[in-house]
Design a binder for this molecule. Structure first.
Ligand code: DGY
Length: 316
């Protein structure tokens, strides 16, 4: 059967897919243009796409044989799930395999923001360092502080688990009570408002939905401690970016560690200038091993559906 793949992927998964099905691969290292996607989807039985590809009704209508949309990501807010359901198209994602890499990167952001790592690196490279000094690049403690996790899924729990070595108090806010968070990790559940008030580090681990869009705005930022840091490795639109920039500019919170943005790859000009923001280009899952495992999973999902089986990671 014919499969459209919108980008070349790390690892050997695409070879395996090509051995079994006819693959039409968008080979350029830029997102497939919309008109190209609409043209090439026609007649394809499967689509392996990226989080940068908007898969809406128009794409689904242009496809006349599509059985599965396999997203190369755990988040699938780029896909119109209701439209897929209506058309009987299966949607899959790539959970689990990227949990640890994303939790690691979240910690890289926590430590970098608190200890001003990016700023210190630029300072040293620009040969400004003259001698050791008691007040040089002072940052915030991580050890023994309170970590507030919003969203108690796999990644939130993995971030909480890593805080053990730092002897942190962990609090979490989630729609559902999490046994893992409470019994295994000793975290205390509280409302979002309470969490924002007590946490020294607030880390976001929710999917992007209508409910989580702008869940952190002006009001929420104003509840945070002036000394606290906001970390986001989930999805950009969960934070009202203008409100965050304003809070950072005015020093209403101490800093932010960001891997994701409201309108990727656009980043507000003001954020580039703020020393209290660490800004990364959406690399939460970007390790060689993780990205290869994501490709394996995305292909496994397609092979299963095209063989008439239930795929391992069906979300719709
Ligand atoms: C995801 O999978 O949703 C990440 O944002 C990219 O790995």
């Amino acid at each position: 059967m014919d499969v459209l793949v919108t980008r070349s992927l790390p690892g050997k998964a695409l070879e395996l897919l090509s051995n079994k099905h006819k693959v039409d691969l968008w080979e350029e290292e830029v997102p497939i243009p919309r008109d190209e996607l609409l043209k090439r989807i026609k007649g394809k039985s499967a689509l392996l796409c990226l989080l940068t590809d908007l898969i809406d009704e128009k794409v689904m209508d242009a496809a006349n044989a599509l059985k599965i949309i396999s997203n190369y990501a755990v988040g699938y807010n780029n896909i119109d799930i209701e439209a897929a359901k209506k058309r009987g198209i299966v949607v899959t994602n790539t959970p689990d395999v990227l949990t640890d890499a994303t939790a690691d990167l979240t910690w890289a952001l926590i430590l970098s923001a608190a200890r001003r790592i990016a700023e210190a690196d630029v300072f040293t490279r620009s040969k400004k360092w003259k001698e050791w000094a008691p007040k040089l690049l002072l940052g915030a403690d991580v050890y023994g502080q309170t970590l507030g996790i919003i969203g108690a899924g796999r990644i939130g729990a993995a971030v909480a688990a890593r805080s053990k070595g730092f002897k942190m108090k962990v609090v979490y806010s989630s729609e559902f009570e999490s046994k893992v968070m409470e019994e295994d990790l000793g975290a205390q559940r509280m409302t979002l408002e309470e969490l924002l008030t007590v946490s020294d580090f607030v880390s976001l681990h929710v999917p992007l939905t209508k409910q989580t869009f702008h869940m952190i705005g002006d009001k929420e930022l104003s509840l945070m401690k002036k000394s606290a840091f906001l970390i986001n490795t989930s999805r950009g639109p969960v934070i009202d970016e203008n409100a965050l920039v304003d809070a950072l500019e005015k020093g209403r919170i101490a800093g932010a560690g960001l891997d994701v943005y409201e309108n990727e790859p656009m980043i507000p000009e003001k954020l580039f200038k703020l020393k209290n923001a660490i800004i990364l280009p959406h690399i939460g899952s970007a390790t060689h091993a993780t990205r290869a495992k994501m490709a394996d999973l995305a292909v496994k999902n397609i092979l299963a559906v095209l063989a008439g089986k239930v795929p391992p990671n069906q979300v719709a």
